[in-house]
Write a protein that binds this ligand. Sequence first.
Ligand SMILES: [Zn+2]
Length: 175
Amino acid sequence: MRQQDMPLLILANAGNYREKRRFYALKDALLESFGALQGYDLQIIEDLCWNCDGAGCRRCVGGVWNRRRVYLLRFRLHGRIFHRPVPILPQDLRGEEPCEKIHGYIRHPQVDSHRAQAAAMRLLYRYDRKEWAKILRNRLLGWLRQRWLSIGYRWRRWRWHLPSIRKSKSPEIPF
Ligand SMILES: [Zn+2]
C-alpha cells in the first residue's frame, strides 16, 4: 500500500458509514499484505450491571454483568499501529504477554461520516475494484428502485382519482 493513501485509511477507519463492514474487510487484507505483525493488545470490555448500576448485587460479579476479552493483533503500517480483532490468537503469539491492555472501546477522533465514506470508496477503488463496482451497482439499483416506487405510487394515486373525475362530469356541471 502506498504511503500517500495513509490519510484515506486513517479517515475511513475513524468514521461510521454504511459500507464500514466492507471497509473492514479491505483493511484486514491491506494489513495482512502490507503491514508487519507486532504482537497483540488485549481489549477488556466490561458491561456494567443495570440492576445495581455497578454497585454489586446477586445477579452480577462486583457490579460487572459481562466481561469480554478481545484479542487485537497489532500491525505496523507506514509507522502507524492498526488493530485487527481476532477470535483466537495465532499459534506463534500464544503464551506471549499482550503489548497493552485496553480497557473499554477504542475511541477514534470524530470525523465527518461522508468524508470517511468517500475515503473508504477511494481505497476500495484502488485496492478492490470488484467490491467498489459492486457497491456502486447496489447504490444505482437502490436509486432506481426508489424512483420506480415513487412513479408507481403517483400512478396509483392518479388511478384512484379517476372515478371521481368521471363522476364529476355529470350534466349539472357545464363542462
Ligand atoms: Zn449487579
